[in-house]
Design a protein around this ligand. Structure first.
Ligand code: BGC
Length: 743
């Protein structure tokens, strides 16, 4: 199938292409386009004119509609327990906004709603599919569930670039590359907003670490920001047309991101001409002046030091025409989003039945495409279905698969199969439990190998695990790295002695296979000793089945790393995570305090995030960006680049059907190392089959941001086809004229 995706043309045979699964009664529609938004904006202007002065601060602030014992919040009758509630204006037919987290599905809010939802795999797994279509399908599915539960805003679209693999939220985000992240988040948002609901894109911007997240001040030049994190947001906005942007906790250039004239007024609203509304992150608003600096709505106001966007804002508007005009604009933006999504005309009533079995298939297909095969020595995988004995060890693999912690935590019906407290007490303790979805890898492996004696040991005792490993033909060791919002990991080792467990099992059984369930990259001191490594990330509601399908070859692995796996933290721009002395659950912190400041210098790598930094430094990763093995082999050849169009052919040169992710990189510009992913396409190929690929290169990826313009110098641009960012194949150099242009 040939699909045109904005600036990219790709061929895909992904099975779920036509299977867009929204909740049963969702009003599937085309997601809002720039034209829909323009029309909504005009309607919004008319409503603002009809508003009474006392109505003008209703849409500008909200609460958290759940009883967390945090004081006297009155929860309205029509609220649904979730992240946020913003009252509507009945007189004008403006509905209330009912908000839930997040990018991986409708969050469980500590079981407060007593229901379940379908958990998509983690964001980084979704990105490892390199498949916008699969993200669209996932978005349509979770948006449908949000709607079915009565929500009309999904706090999704996490797209912060992965500047540090130790970031506790790496699992929620997508990749380290602006093109890949932007294309994928845009597709997910289009899917979500096809349900007559609003999606956010978040956290704007440069929210690259959890350490000191409410007070860390990011230093980065405008040029570097424009060529990296802001470009990911820009592409995401172009592709997905999100109706809301959630600003971030951190500061940028000394200003809180939620009260940041440069980010919100200049870049987002003026330069990009974006018409939706900016909502704050929860507890990220320093004061009423945030309104003048571009914030349109104060979310979960009880988490801030004050209710700034109600009476205080009204008083300002009464006293000063500049504030009055700003307040009108805030209302206009919220209304534009409501009308463009069609929330008033197609209300999400809630209480709808969800087809969990059908939705689980979307999660499973995503997992199958995003699991990455990292090592397969001697073709030990796929395992034979006629295997006689398999030892499964560790990782709670008898019960389920791990998920990441924090506000994005989704649980199926009945909640987690295992829930292991991390630590701590108080209102946030429930947010940082290590929860396992009910999808047992052990059961799925047993089903794949019906004749095998499958034994399980939890791995707590190495001697016992080794004994079982010795008795089996194959040992499959499941290891986990729990990560969570609010807490970065201090290093990239597997925790709790799991490195030693793997080494001991590998010494006892020559056919040891490691399955990683990690939030992001880890180091692998045991790598030479094991035969195979499968990166399953946090694989979601049907992760166990997806893992077994890859292990036994029903699925030919096709995931590719969307983030560099460093050989050690010494290779990172900041070997020591800024402020790592402060590592502690970082839900705390005061965004208004002048003394609580931690500085992080992102100018070290600038826009050379991830593989670009490795190329600049000539460093070799443990596993590079774009890397992933298959049970077949592929060859890309015949590269030709004419202007901004690249064409080449991809061939399946092996014995099995499979998907290749073709990658095209800029490598040098006028002889200077400048590695940038400029195009990609997932291509499904039968054994022996070839297909042509055509990619249109976004000129921003060849350019620098200079003096307020995108600028590309005259000269020689060299491109290479890549198996991954380090394994480059055919190269072509072309000459391009000098060019500069506005956003
Ligand atoms: C997170 C957001 C989330 C919000 C509401 C914040 O702590 O940073 O991503 O949407 O809470 O739950």
């Amino acid at each position: 199938m040939r699909i045109s995706m904005g600036k990219m043309v790709l061929w895909s045979g992904a099975a779920l292409g036509a299977m867009v699964l929204a909740a049963s009664t969702a009003q599937a529609q085309e997601a809002p386009t720039a034209a829909t938004i323009k029309a909504a904006d005009a309607r919004a202007a008319a409503t603002v004119k009809a508003m009474k002065p006392e109505e003008k601060t209703i849409l500008t602030h909200g609460i958290m509609p759940m009883d967390l014992g945090m004081g006297n919040v009155v929860i309205p009758k029509d609220a649904v327990p979730g992240a946020g509630y913003i009252a509507g204006i009945d007189r004008l037919g403006v509905p209330a906004l009912k908000e839930t987290d997040a990018s991986l599905g409708v969050s469980y809010v500590m079981g407060l709603r007593k229901d379940g939802a379908t958990a998509l795999p983690s964001g980084v797994l979704q990105a490892a599919t390199w498949n916008p279509e699969i993200l669209y399908n996932g978005g349509a599915m979770i948006g449908g569930e949000a709607r079915a539960k009565g929500f009309n805003v999904l706090l999704a679209g996490g797209v912060n670039l992965m500047r540090d693999p130790r970031n506790g939220r790496t699992f929620e985000y997508l990749s380290e590359d602006p093109l890949l992240s932007g294309m994928l988040v845009g597709a997910a948002i289009r899917g979500i907003q096809s349900n007559h609901i609003i999606s956010t894109i978040k956290h704007f911007a440069l929210n690259g670490q959890e350490t000191g997240r409410k007070y860390v001040d990011i230093k980065i030049s405008e040029a570097a920001a424009k060529e990296s994190d802001l470009l990911a947001f820009k592409i995401g906005i172009e592709q997905g047309q999100p109706l809301s942007v959630m600003c971030a906790y951190n500061r940028v250039g000394g200003q809180n991101a939620c009260s940041n004239d440069f980010l919100l007024n200049k870049v987002l609203k003026k330069d990009w001409g974006w018409k939706g509304f900016v909502m704050s992150d929860w507890g990220a608003v320093p004061g009423v002046e945030a309104a003048i600096n571009g914030l349109d709505q104060q979310s979960g106001a009880e988490l801030d030091k004050g209710l700034f966007f109600a009476d205080k804002l009204a008083d300002k508007a009464k006293a000063d025409p500049k504030w009055a005009a700003r307040l009108d604009n805030m209302n206009q933006r919220v209304l534009t989003a409501i009308y463009a999504a069609g929330i008033d005309k197609f209300p999400a009533k809630g209480g709808e039945k969800i087809d969990f079995a059908a939705h689980a298939k979307v999660a499973e297909e995503t997992a199958k495409q995003g699991i990455v095969l990292l090592k397969n020595e001697g073709g030990v995988l796929p395992l034979m279905k006629t295997a006689k004995s398999i030892a499964v060890i560790g990782g709670y693999a008898d019960g389920g698969v791990l998920s990441g912690g924090g506000s994005s935590q989704v649980q199926g019906e009945g909640g987690a199969v295992y829930s292991i407290p991390l630590s701590g007490t108080g209102v946030w303790a429930g947010l940082i439990g290590q929860n396992y979805h009910r999808s047992s890898p052990l059961k799925a492996i047993t089903a794949q190998a019906p004749q095998a004696k499958v034994t399980y040991r939890d791995g707590r005792y190495i001697t016992d695990a080794v004994e079982k490993a010795k008795q089996a033909e194959v040992a499959v060791v499941f290891v986990t790295q729990f990560t969570t919002e609010g807490l970065d990991v201090p290093d990239l080792h597997l925790p709790q002695g799991q490195d030693e467990l793997i080494a001991a099992v590998a010494a006892a059984n020559p056919n040891t296979i490691v399955v990683l369930e990690t939030g992001g990259p880890v180091v692998m001191p045991w790598l030479p000793k094991v035969k195979a490594v499968v990166e399953a990330w946090y694989p979601g509601a049907r992760g166990g089945e997806a893992i077994a399908s890859v292990l036994f070859g029903d699925t030919n692995p096709s995931g590719r790393l969307p983030i560099t796996f460093p050989a050690s933290t010494d290779q990172l721009p900041r070997p020591k995570l800024d402020g790592s002395d402060w590592v502690e659950p970082n839900f705390a912190g005061d965004p208004t305090s002048g003394s609580d400041i931690l500085h992080a210098d992102y100018d070290i790598e600038g826009s050379d995030v991830g593989y670009r930094w490795f190329a600049r430094k000539g460093q070799k990763a443990l596993f590079p960006f774009g890397y992933g093995l298959s049970y077949t082999s592929f060859q890309s050849s015949g590269l030709s680049v004419k202007g901004l169009t690249a064409t080449f052919t991809v061939k399946n040169t092996g014995q099995r059907d499979g998907d290749e992710v073709a990658q095209l990189y800029l490598t040098t510009r006028n002889g200077e190392v400048k590695q940038r992913l400029v195009g990609f396409a997932r291509v499904s190929l039968k054994a022996g089959e070839s297909k042509p690929v055509s990619l249109t290169i976004d000129p921003r990826l060849l350019a620098d941001w200079k003096n307020g313009l995108w600028t590309s110098p005259k000269g020689t641009y060299s491109f290479a086809l890549g198996k991954d960012a380090e394994t480059l194949g055919e190269k072509v150099s072309i000459t391009l004229p000098a060019k500069s242009w506005k956003e």
